[in-house]
Design a protein around this ligand. Structure first.
Ligand code: SAH
Ligand code: F3S
Length: 443
């Protein structure tokens, strides 16, 4: 009889990618199939995230619930993967002895053998064999018109607040031939948007025949593959936003006019304490250069509010930067001290209530900027990629503009899935747009 596999994913796009790959790895065994219902699963894997506070507690309380399922079905295998697994290692067995296997973000390819381990102590592997992981990833199995392709793993920036370098290891770039092989296969399967993913994709570096290949080279080659209509990448770091990469916006039309470039803070003092290694002025300069090459490019960012002893003035500098750049969207969070990071040693006298207020002010302003740009799009024609059926109304399709906004529209023909179409935007909402499709064939 077949085994049913349920994977629960927390956190970032890298984790989503890893979960998809774990599924593909396990499905190489034809007796294993995916289920969306944990109650009927024979194998449950949690792909955890430890970027912010309370991550470990969330995992342990989820494990408590899963233990109840195990009492009903003692054959159930429970695995913990991802960054909490790296951080906690076999300590997980102490608080949750019913867990069967523990693996890290870089050992997902070992899950099939870890599941078979009888001895639990041998069923732990949270090491960083990143090249080995890349070499053993199965051929991709596309599930939509847009697909992630991992080009590098890990991070060597060691920002003072962040656990990623400790949980995912240092930066390792994947071989270009592996990347293009994956892109080509995805395109054959009907994918038309490629999203290069990694903790710091613009740190990509691979030496081939004495020449250094960077992210800009990957984008250029990818843009020349027939069938690739759009290219995105995430996440990138301001420090490696090279002129080369900026120039790519001038000659690769498939590269979208949207960039997620985390700035974290607008105060140089805080940026120094965060160990980001750039200044507010340098960040502004990068955006200016980008806008010279692509005047309509939209910029989104990550922000941390309430870094230890962030003053009102520091926060005001962040708000000024938001108004100057006119950020289009953000992932913004209140700082949380993460175990083992240098920032966790810093004293902090700012009350939580004040941090919450700052976060509210910041998010409200970015929402306003986002809506005002959405309103500007009304009565314009936008080139959009059709991504699927609308989540709100099955009689509508969903597409995405270059600046990553969702557009819902009526359709006559489902064959346009995965294609670029021109849509006249008719209405703007906070999180989406409505539109009418124009005649096809204008590519
Ligand atoms: N590679 C990305 C960051 C990946 S982590 C970069 O270039 O910055 C994703 C985001 O989580 C970070 O950008 C940061 O805004 C947030 N984050 C990381 N550690 C955090 C912490 N200790 N507290 C609050 N937010 C944090
Ligand atoms: Fe984290 Fe900074 Fe790297 S935020 S992922 S250490 S760039």
């Amino acid at each position: 009889m077949g085994k049913k596999l349920y994977i629960k994913t927390y956190g970032c796009q890298m984790n989503e990618y890893d979960s998809q790959k774990t599924l593909e790895i396990l499905r190489q065994d034809p007796s294993i199939e995916e289920t969306k219902n944990p109650n009927e699963a024979d194998i449950i894997l949690l792909n955890t995230c430890s970027i912010r506070e309370k991550a470990e507690e969330k995992v342990y309380s989820e494990l408590g619930r899963l233990n109840k399922l195990k009492k009903i079905n003692p054959q159930l295998k429970i695995g913990v993967g991802g960054c909490v697994a790296t951080q906690e290692g076999k300590n997980i067995y102490k608080r949750a002895p019913f867990v069967d296997l523990i693996f890290g973000p870089q050992t997902i390819h070992k899950v099939p053998s870890l599941i078979k381990e009888e001895n639990k102590i041998n069923a732990v592997d949270v090491s960083f064999p990143i090249e080995e992981k890349f070499d053993s990833l199965p051929k991709p199995d596309a599930t939509g018109v847009s697909s992630f392709v991992s080009i590098m793993e890990g991070c060597s920036k060691y920002c003072s607040f962040c656990v990623v370098p400790y949980t995912r290891g240092d930066e390792v770039s994947r071989k270009p031939e592996q990347i293009f092989d994956e892109v080509a296969r995805l395109v054959e399967q009907g994918v038309s948007e490629i999203v290069f993913v990694g903790q710091n994709v613009n740190a990509y570096k691979f030496t081939l025949n004495g020449r250094i290949i960077g992210l800009s080279d990957l984008i250029e080659v990818c843009g020349s593959i027939h069938g690739v209509e759009r290219i995105r990448y995430t996440t990138s770091h301001p420090l490696e936003m090279t002129d080369d990469l900026i120039d790519t916006y001038g000659h690769v039309p498939q590269l979208v006019s949207h960039l997620h470039l985390p700035v974290q803070s607008g105060s140089n003092e805080i940026l120094t304490k965060m160990k980001r290694n750039y200044t507010r002025e340098e960040y502004i300069e990068i955006i200016k250069k980008l806008r010279k090459v692509r005047p309509n490019i939209k910029i989104s960012s990550d922000f941390i509010v309430g870094f230890p002893n962030e003053s009102d003035y520091d926060f005001q500098l962040t708000m000024d930067l938001i108004n100057e750049i006119e950020f289009d969207a953000s992932f913004s969070f209140i700082y949380s001290a993460r175990p083992g990071t240098p920032a966790s040693q810093l004293e902090d006298s700012i009350p939580l209530q004040q941090k919450k207020e700052r976060l509210y002010i910041l998010q409200k302003r970015i929402d306003e900027l986002q809506l005002s740009y959405s309103n500007e799009l009304v009565q314009t024609i936008q080139r959009c990629l059709v991504t699927g059926v609308s989540k709100k109304d099955i009689k509508q399709l969903q597409a995405r503009t270059e600046c990553n906004r969702v557009v819902n529209f009526d359709f006559q023909n489902i064959d346009i899935l995965g294609k670029l179409v021109d849509i006249n935007i008719t209405k703007a909402y906070q999180r989406s747009l409505a539109g009418q499709i124009l005649e096809l064939g204008r590519t």
